[in-house]
Design a protein around this ligand. Sequence first.
Ligand code: MEV
Length: 298
Amino acid sequence: MDKMTVSAPGKLLLMGEHSVVYGSPCLVTAINSRLVVTVNMADKDEWPESKFIEKSVHNFRNKFETTDHYGIRVSSELETKYGLGSSSAVTVATIYGLYKLTGKDPDKKELFDLCYQTVLEVQGVSSGFDVAAAIYGGIVYFYTGGKTIEKLEVENIPLIIGYSGVKADTVSIVNSVKEKISTHKDGVEEIFKNISNLVAEAKIALLEKDWVRLGTLMNFNQDYLEDLGVSTEKLDDMIIAARSAGAFGAKLSGAGGGDCMIALVSEEKRKTVSDAITKAGGQVLDVKMEHEGVRIEK
Ligand code: MEV
């Protein structure tokens, strides 16, 4: 094989951000915006500037003790500014592409381990939930480092995604929570424990398609994220607007400090809630849940 094209989906964190870094579970869904990578054998290395691609190739070469050169091209429906998992998707697609290009067939966990190591080395901090979404697709119940990666049988989750217009700096927000732990250890641990319980209950609600219950759990999760100080006025406005317009529930998604919020809605309320988010200054993104994780395109 002298050329291989693969794609990997982006992600949205449904519940459990931040606490997942400290050993609690989270729920994540893959989304139907994908990043496509084409890899080929080459005389010299050539790829777009990206720490994630650089590190992916480095770790792949190390693992398989090869000095081969590669050409890598990327095209993407995933705009980096939205925080929808472009870094994890480019890492997963690059490493999976290299495996397939060289005739290897990793199982999902082996692929996860190499991709997670790569993202961790570039970012310095990561639970790896986004890597799991890019590899497994669908909705995943996840514990940090991939201790548990359980793909849930869920057909669809009726979400609206609103972008706050602000690009979040995940690493500095994760560090702000770390700082809070050093000054308010007991309080933050209590919050994490409560979020952990909400996520466990949300897993059941999701499997039962009990949107009313899931929405309420999302609202509680948002309260705890506000207590951690990671929400913003803009996100709060969009979340309140969505709830007032009839969403089952709404919360920020990801690290906070900007990026996106999500609202869980009935089909009858979809337009009213979308309009309310837009009126609150958000940009509604045309994104849905995706079942398929990383895959070969050609
Ligand atoms: C960021 O998208 C989600 C965090 O939980 C960090 C992580 O899990 O890697 C804040």
